[in-house]
Design a protein around this ligand. Structure first.
Ligand SMILES: Cc1cc2nc3c(=O)[nH]c(=O)nc-3n(C[C@H](O)[C@H](O)[C@H](O)COP(=O)(O)OP(=O)(O)OC[C@H]3O[C@@H](n4cnc5c(N)ncnc54)[C@H](O)[C@@H]3O)c2cc1C
Length: 302
């Protein structure tokens, strides 16, 4: 099927916000990435489902993203259809101590909402800029906590457009991973979390401390994607990278942060190629010095 036929099919059947060759640097926290061939921000689950079914019908590769804070999109861009789950998926419902949140809701907003309702469990996510969908898939974590610890279940949509719940045990969470991470046929629509009651003052204090700690140890001011590598078992990737002499190394406009060696910052117009070259330099130097092979935490798309 030609690009024009695909485009007119998508336009005719979706009649909503289809963008062609949308620059992905506009949708990633690194401000890096070539164009998505077709790009839509579905405004609700019905449109999301329609897009999934159409992608299958038109044999288009399908990629779902959230806030793009854990992504390296290649300079050549992403073939097929990219769906970004944003404001159409930001509902937050609270029943007693249970919070149900749309995949597109942002973690800091969820943390603030939990705080307003005197609910504990989310204080540590306040400084993570991603969405609930991305956090569930990646099993986001910080300060000794991770999202899987509070998950009860996740509402999934599959490539047939069927919507169903998966219980926490069915998601096989691990360190920065879940069964959904490399699954290209099931995606997160919303998630339900078990919180517990606590005093607002106590929660507010905890949140403030977590945010202050981040400000202390994390680079501010340049676009980035948080930690680039996972921590090897019992080790800190940042420490290994620093000891391997990588702090401050630059390739093009990408630089290993002077403040936190596990972060690569975009000094201006860094390309994905710059970042990948830097990633390979870091991996080689750490391997040479410690015989440890670092694994990427960020997801490479394209
Ligand atoms: C300044 C900064 C600080 C950070 N601090 C932390 C931290 O402390 N701890 C931590 O764990 N991470 C951290 N991160 C990384 C990132 O914010 C988290 O991993 C976040 O949960 C990713 O969410 P996202 O919406 O940005 O996902 P994206 O980057 O958009 O996507 C990440 C992955 O999830 C998939 N995905 C996204 N949404 C869905 C969905 N609805 N269904 C199925 N798949 C989906 C994507 O295809 C991709 O593979 C940080 C990033 C930055 C920039």
């Amino acid at each position: 099927m030609t690009g024009l036929v695909v485009q007119s099919e998508l336009n005719a059947k979706l009649a909503t916000g289809l963008l062609l060759n949308e620059p992905m640097h506009k949708h990633t926290s690194w401000h890096i990435g070539g164009p998505a061939e077709y790009f839509i921000e579905p405004k609700d689950t019905a449109i999301f489902k329609k897009c999934i079914l159409l992608a299958k019908e038109l044999a288009l590769p399908l990629t779902i993203i959230g806030k793009g804070t854990n992504l390296l999109v290649l300079d050549s861009g992403i073939p097929g259809l990219v769906l970004k789950l944003g404001p159409g998926f930001k509902d937050i419902k609270i029943i007693d101590t249970q919070i149900t949140v749309g995949a597109g809701a942002l973690l800091p907003t969820v943390a603030q909402t939990a705080l307003q309702h005197n609910l504990a469990g989310f204080a540590w996510v306040a400084g993570i800029p991603g969405s609930i969908g991305g956090a569930v898939v990646m099993n986001a974590g910080a300060h000794g906590c991770c999202i899987s610890e509070i998950i009860q279940s996740v509402k999934i949509i599959n490539e047939q457009g069927q919507i169903f719940d998966l219980a926490k045990e069915q998601l096989f969470f691990g360190y920065r991973t879940s069964i959904l991470k490399d699954d290209r046929s099931r995606w997160v629509v919303e998630a339900t979390f078990n919180c517990w009651s606590d005093q607002r003052q106590t929660l507010a204090k905890q949140m403030k401390q977590y945010l202050a700690k981040r400000r202390q140890v994390q680079p501010q001011g340049y676009p980035n994607a948080g930690s680039v590598f996972k921590n090897p078992s019992g080790e800190s990737a940042g420490k290994l990278i620093e000891l391997a002499g990588c702090k401050g190394i630059k390739v093009g406009q990408a630089q290993v942060s002077e403040i936190h060696a596990n972060w690569i910052v975009n000094l201006g117009n860094a390309t994905a190629k710059d970042v990948i070259t830097l990633i390979n330099i870091i991996k080689n130097k750490v391997k040479e010095k410690f015989n440890i092979t670092l694994q990427l935490e960020v997801r490479v798309l394209g």
